[in-house]
Design a protein around this ligand. Structure first.
Ligand SMILES: [Zn+2]
Length: 385
């Protein structure tokens, strides 16, 4: 293909991706509004949206005229057609493997969940994933499925599509799961660390709303962040950024599986909090936060969490921190206290206020995080539809 044609194809895919993202995040947008928002000519918008309409990827909602753009003509809201563009998400957390087929609108069509057996190995996990993906692929026409997104705990090398290392996870390391899936199913596959994938899912489907700068802080059996900055996921050079769970809270603190000491994860992961509280179940902790938010032990945890939040906000100048996974169950009173404490301490307190919010999709996060990895690539122009 000549270079110019290649560039034009790429440009078109990029504009196509930008239009789909704008339709997902904005509600009831007409062609005219799209042109304004994306800074594209009405002709370019028409060219791409007509193509997407023809392919059945988007539709014009006849029930929702937005406003008259010229005498006698109605501007109709464009909408993404449910169940037309799909992705398979593989979500590997410390305790579960979940595999889902989800659509671009954020609806899981099928979700399969397995709790890890105590004798899990890299090989048995790989076999289980291959088997389940194979079954999910039968549920929809292949041309509707864009690819497979893997969300996995641990250090993930995005270039090599490999899980490089994990802490306390069946000794799994150097696991090229992305390439294994790509070779087996001949579908595009990306692998991203789980909190980054969750950040993308929250951005498209959750509490972020119109926010283009926020940090997703996942409080679960690990602790980590997905940083959305200027509408994009921050990945770092190889995908290793956002490891806030392994920033130091106490210099001479508890030994951590990462090799350092006093890491935030040793004090603020679900397991660590339950141990500090002498509780067995996260729901018990959530209940205690609701009934006795001023309990000294709860306050000690809140102080550590606020310390971590202030550090993150100072580093990334974010608009909001969305606390997700099990952390989303913390009580309203706890969120109020966190908001007060963090806004009292951040460096830019005189000129900005940061919001600390619970995730709006904590129930669906494992069904959507892997798929969101693929959809982010679609929005970035990596798929030619
Ligand atoms: Zn650590």
């Amino acid at each position: 293909m000549p270079k110019t044609a290649k560039n034009l194809t790429y440009l078109r895919a990029q504009n196509q991706g930008a239009i789909l993202k704008a339709l997902l995040l904005g509600k009831e947008i007409s062609k005219q509004e799209l042109a304004g928002r994306l800074n594209l000519t009405p002709m370019s918008i028409s060219y791409i949206t007509n193509d997407l309409l023809e392919k059945g990827i988007i539709t014009e909602n006849q029930e929702k005229p937005i406003k008259k753009d010229s005498p006698g003509r109605r501007a109709l809201a464009l909408e993404i057609v449910p169940r037309r563009l799909l992705a398979i998400g593989v979500s590997i957390s410390r305790r579960h493997l979940r595999i889902a087929l989800s659509d671009l609108c954020g609806e899981p069509i099928r979700l399969i969940s397995h709790r890890h057996s105590p004798d899990l190995t890299k090989e048995t996990l790989t076999d289980m994933i291959l088997e389940e993906v194979e079954d999910l692929l039968k549920l929809a026409p292949r041309e509707h499925i864009l690819g497979i997104g893997v969300s996995c705990i641990g250090l993930v090398d995005i270039r090599e599509k490999t899980v490089v290392a994990t802490t306390d996870f069946f000794g799994i390391q150097n696991w090229p799961i992305g390439k294994i899936l790509q070779d087996r199913f001949n579908l595009t596959c990306y692998v991203v660390e789980d909190m980054k994938a969750a950040g993308l899912a929250e951005y498209y489907y959750g509490a972020a709303g119109a926010l283009n700068d926020f940090i997703y802080l996942g409080v679960t059996y690990g602790l980590g962040a997905g940083i959305i900055s200027n509408s994009k996921l921050l990945e770092g050079n190889r995908g290793f950024c956002g490891e806030v769970g392994h920033t130091t809270l106490y210099h001479d603190g508890k030994n951590c599986g990462c090799g350092n000491r006093g890491c935030a994860e040793m004090y603020l992961s679900v397991g660590a909090i339950l141990e500090r509280m002498g509780l067995e179940d996260w729901q018990d902790f959530a209940d205690l936060c609701r009934k006795s938010p001023r309990d000294p032990a709860v306050q000690a945890i809140l102080r550590d969490l606020a310390t971590l939040l202030v550090n993150i906000v100072n580093c990334y100048d974010t608009e909001a921190v969305i606390i997700g996974h099990e952390g989303a169950l913390l009580s309203e009173e706890i969120f109020t206290q966190l908001n007060e404490e963090v806004n009292r301490r951040i460096m830019a307190r005189a000129v900005k206020k940061v919001e600390i919010l619970p995730s709006a999709i904590s129930e669906k996060i494992h069904a959507l995080n892997g798929a969101a990895v693929i959809f982010s690539r679609l929005f970035g122009g990596e798929f030619k539809l």
